[in-house]
Each structure stands twice: as structure tokens, then as C-alpha cells.
Design a protein around this ligand. Sequence first.
Ligand SMILES: C[S@@+](CC[C@H](N)C(=O)[O-])C[C@H]1O[C@@H](n2cnc3c(N)ncnc32)[C@H](O)[C@@H]1O
Length: 396
Amino acid sequence: MTGYSPLFRRLDALLTTNREFWQFMPFSSNQLIWEQSHPELCQWLLSLDDEAITHFIEHGEALAQVIAAWIPDATELYQLSQLEPYFLHQRLLPKGLDVGIPGRKWQQITAFNQVVPVLKLPWLEWCAGKGHLGRVLAASHATPVTSLEWQKTLCEEGEAAARRLQLPIDFVHGDAFDPACEQHISPQQHAVALHACGDLHVSLLQRVAAKQGKAVSISPCCYHLIREKCYQPLSRLGQQSRLTLSRHDLRLPLQETVTAGQRVRRQRFVEVSFRLGFDSLQRFVRGSDEYMPVPNVQKAQLNEGFADFCRWAADKKGMILPEGIDYPYWQQRGEKRFSLVERMELIRQLFRRPMEMWLVYDRACYMEEFGYQVSVGTFCPKPITPRNILIHAERK
Ligand SMILES: C[S@@+](CC[C@H](N)C(=O)[O-])C[C@H]1O[C@@H](n2cnc3c(N)ncnc32)[C@H](O)[C@@H]1O
């Protein structure tokens, strides 16, 4: 075993044995789901006040240490998901390149540019958007860029910006899934993708590997945006895993539990407790203990109060609510469930980054299986973007 496969195997083993703590839907349960299996853990969870929950959300290591009393693998999982930052090379950029690029995006792009190895090859920018990254790469390294993007207007805007700055960038208006796009991938090229969602960055890795492209650097995001119902592991190791990941499971890495200000917390409390209250009510009315998802709701609708929300939700689901419903009772049920969901989500938080690392190492192992030398690290601090992992694979 070489490279990232030992790490992948260990994470795979720990995530598999601890499935009961993360692979479920907190929303759909009426109680803490470990009441029978781990009563003491549940007691501890119920003893936490808001302040303690916020503290543990913000301090993953402290959470892992406390939880180790009931989930002994917690500390190892925490350690396995730590990553080193890449070395930042100072790279001078001409003035005016940041015009029209939002601040955070600019920070992500310049950080990406400062960590990718310089191979002096033409670049391929996969799912380029307006080609912000492509412009920085072209200007910083004086090498041509091909930017592939699906939305025509973004291609046009990107083309205009490149012309204005006199940069050697060609936009290709195309669908990354279309086999015709393979023609844009070549062995003497450095392919990049910044935040191309799920299957889109996977399709790049597969094509680069198939065409034996010299190098590819990607920063993955939105792992749940896949065409199949379940995750299809890329590496042979991943394919041997006993884990089956649904789209719901694949959302876990993106669920950064909010430690927002009072106002946002209050809004979340109202919306989530209304939804859960309606869910309890609909289970009672229909006599079926099954969760019923309700579509997105306008904030203004929530201001009308719980009873109105229930009538709105019932209407959306084509359900008739009987007369004489005790709405305050069901609202209270929703509020109680909200506090249970928060506590179950706290435990799932422990597995958020490990799950992301499992997905990242599956990609790393896949490229290694094709003979690439792979590195994995962070390219910027989390506040700039929580999707801060960069996988670089290079054929030596
Ligand atoms: C999250 S954005 C990232 C854009 C850019 N890389 C950045 O970081 O600013 C993803 C981009 O992928 C593009 N996209 C979505 N589906 C695509 C497809 N099938 N083929 C090519 N591009 C696609 C979207 O239009 C969007 O511009």
C-alpha cells in the first residue's frame, strides 16, 4: 500500500463501524436515535445548553475528546481529518485583475494560484464560470488557458474580460459531460477545477487519467451533486468499501452547523421547529409514522405564525387538515424536536470532515492507481471557504 490508501482504509473502517452515529436523517426521527443503544450519551446531550452546543460546534477537538467516552474512535477520526496547508508561493499579479471579482472569490483564486505547482504548461480550466481563475493563471504564468463552461453568458463575459486584459484565454462553450469535451484534454496540459460540483470534477479526473494528462489540480465541492442515486467510488479501494452513500449522506461534509448571530439563530429555530411541528402533526393526521418533506418556504410565510404555516404546508402536499387542531401543542412538539435534532447534528459534526476526507482520498487513490503522484492539503483557511481542500495529481 502506498500514498493515500492507508489513510483511506483507516477512515473507511472507522466510518463503517460508526455508521449508527452519522448515517441517518435527524429530521425524520422523533427522539434521540441512541436512546436504547447509548442512554448515557443521550443524557449528556440533553444536559447541554445552547452555549455548550455552540462551544462544541466551534471546537471540534474538544467535542471529539468528550465524545470519546461513548464513541472511542472520535479522537482518531478527528486526527485523521487534519490536513496540512500547502506552501504559499508569492506570485506577483498585474494591477486591475481583481476588477469584478467578489472579495472572497478573489482570495480563493489567488490562494489557489499560490499553491499550484508551476509546470509551464497550457492550462485547462474546467467549469470555469466567468474564468476568474483562468485570468489569474494566464496573467501569473504567461501560459495560455482554455476555459470550458456550460453557460453561454458566462463564456461571453469571460471572453470580454480576457480581451480587455489582453490575456491568452480561449473559452469553450460546452457541457463537461459531453464526450466531445475530451478533445480539450491533452497529455501536455495542466487541468484545474475550482469548486466544480460533484460529478463535474470527477469527470475531469476520469478524463485526465484516461488521457494521461500531465497534471490536474482540483478543489472539490458539492459532493452530493451526482447523477446516480448513490455515490460510485472511483478508486478500486473505494469500490471495496462496505459503505453505500446516498445523496443525503453526501451532504454531510457541507453541513457546517451554523454558529451564527442571534437573529439568524432565531430564524433557523422558527423555520426548523415549524417544519418539525408540522411533521409531527401530519404523522398524527395521516396515522403514518413517516417523515414528509416540505418545499422551501418564503421568510414572509413564517411571519404568519405556526397555524398558517401548517395550512400552507398541507396545501403544498395536497393534504386536508381537520378542524379543531391544537396548534400550540404541535408547535411545542416541533420546538422539542428542534432541540433533539440540534443534538443529533452535533454528533454528526464529528463525522463531517472525516467523511469529506474519505471522499477526497477516494479521488487521490484513484489517481494513484493510474500512476499519478498525488498530494492533498488545504489551499486557504476555512473562513475564506470551507471547501478549502486541493488535490494535486501529477504524472512524473
Ligand atoms: C460553482 S461554479 C464554479 C465556477 C468557477 N470555477 C469559480 O470557482 O468561480 C460551477 C460552474 O460549473 C458550470 N457548470 C455546471 N454544469 C456544467 C457542465 N455540465 N459543463 C460545464 N460547466 C458546467 C456552472 O455553470 C458554473 O459556472
